[in-house]
Design a protein around this ligand. Structure first.
Ligand code: SF4
Length: 394
């Protein structure tokens, strides 16, 4: 089940380091494609980044506001919890006001899954371990078929079926895979193939082992994640390790980073993981020096302000933010654009060459202006090339 869907690092003018990288290009595993709303998942489609809202779903205004912030950060698909009838009923109003596909997350009550699908959800996430008897699953499947929407089978180590826990001596990776395969077969038995699967455990080793085993046993699209990953530091490390290891092996079609934080941070971390592996790029890559005894500016604060200001930017460039004017430009000579400052002076450099000097307090302002101009010219370029392509006979 391996096909040559390569990572998308732009290696056009390849220096030696890039040549080495090319030799390590990730070959993605080919899965069966499904569509969630208009967004393809699997089958060589670009890896999508998902998140989940943490507002009460029945509070339409708050949920829509959060989803719009997620959209701005680049979130491709969003999931909302549907714990009751009011939440299911709210989906239609939410969907009408957002621009990305909406997935309903349902536990225990199959009738809620049906209500969510009927309210217009673009996909369902159910945990077969707690949705109940096969006839209930069948009712959900029939509704999904009618609406033409896919289902994610969300296997969770914490809620595996009792017989599987008994057979495998606990909630093991093997047990999680057995549960997933059982439910893939169950849905296939109802003539339903529009499926993706997630296998989540809160520890990295078990999560990775389970996905690896399942990837060898089926061609369904895989949704990656480490569940209950935790607060910022632990969550980022666990997710980067678990999701990153699998992606590096070509496993995974869509992902969600779980953090006990604002979900916008989940999206940012998701894109950083993809960016680090050269699998997908969205927006600038911001690099910064670690600071040292030569640093005379508040580099931590400056980097945070720049990151915050560029959250919604889609400009595909590398920006360096460096702690001193003497070594900064040279150390960051591979960056497209950079700033450095110290002792009252700020500099702007391109590919290591200083192009402008200004008072140090204008560092952030000058950089953001440069980025805004580059974005404007990128948009102009895109419009010109579209017009050229649209012209008949050319
Ligand atoms: S760029 Fe300057 S401040 Fe930053 S680590 Fe290098 S020498 Fe130190």
């Amino acid at each position: 089940m391996i096909a040559k869907f390569l990572g998308t690092g732009n290696l056009g003018t390849a220096p030696r380091s890039a040549t080495l990288l090319m030799a390590q290009t990730i070959v993605r595993r080919l899965t069966r494609q499904i569509r969630i709303g208009g967004v393809p998942v699997g089958g060589g489609a670009q890896i999508t980044v998902q998140s989940m809202t943490n507002t009460p779903t029945a509070d339409v205004a708050a949920t829509v506001a959060q989803i719009r912030r997620l959209e701005q950060a680049g979130c491709d698909i969003v999931r909302v919890a549907v714990p009751d009838d009011a939440s299911a009923a709210a989906l239609a109003a939410i969907k009408a006001r957002i621009g990305i596909p909406l997935i309903a997350d349902v536990h225990f009550d199959y009738r809620l899954a049906i209500a969510a699908a009927q309210a217009g959800a673009d996909g369902l996430r159910i945990n077969p371990g707690n949705i109940g008897a096969a006839r209930k699953v069948r009712a959900v499947v029939e509704c999904a078929k009618e609406r033409g929407i896919p289902i994610r089978i969300g296997v969770n180590a914490g809620s595996l079926e009792k017989d599987i826990v008994k057979k495998y001596g606990g909630a093991t990776a093997e047990g999680m895979v057995a549960s997933a395969l059982r439910h893939i077969e169950l849905l296939r038995g109802f003539d339903f193939e529009a499926v993706k699967v997630s296998l989540k455990a809160s520890d990295v080793a078990r999560t990775v082992a389970a996905y690896r085993q399942l990837a060898g046993a089926t061609d369904v699209a895989l949704h990656l994640g480490v569940t209950e990953a935790g607060a910022l530091f632990a969550g980022i490390v666990k997710s980067a390790l678990g999701i990153g290891m699998l992606l590096a092996e070509g496993i995974g079609d869509t992902l969600r980073v779980s953090l006990t934080r604002d979900p916008v941070d989940e999206v940012r971390v998701g894109f950083e993981i993809l960016k680090a592996l050269h699998l997908r790029r969205r927006g600038p890559e911001i690099i910064a020096c670690p600071t040292c005894g030569r640093t005379r500016i508040d580099l931590f604060g400056i980097v945070a302000r720049i990151e915050q200001a560029l959250t919604a930017s889609t400009l595909p460039i590398t920006i360096a933010v460096m702690g001193c004017v003497v070594n900064g430009p040279g150390e960051a000579r591979e960056a497209d654009i950079g700033i450095a400052g110290g002792d009252g002076v700020g500099i702007l450099f391109r590919k290591g060459r200083v192009v402008k000097k200004f008072p140090e307090e204008r560092l952030v302002e000058v950089l953001l202006k440069e980025v805004a101009e580059a974005e404007k010219s990128m948009r102009g370029e895109a419009i010109r090339s579209k017009k050229k392509n649209d012209r008949p006979g050319e």
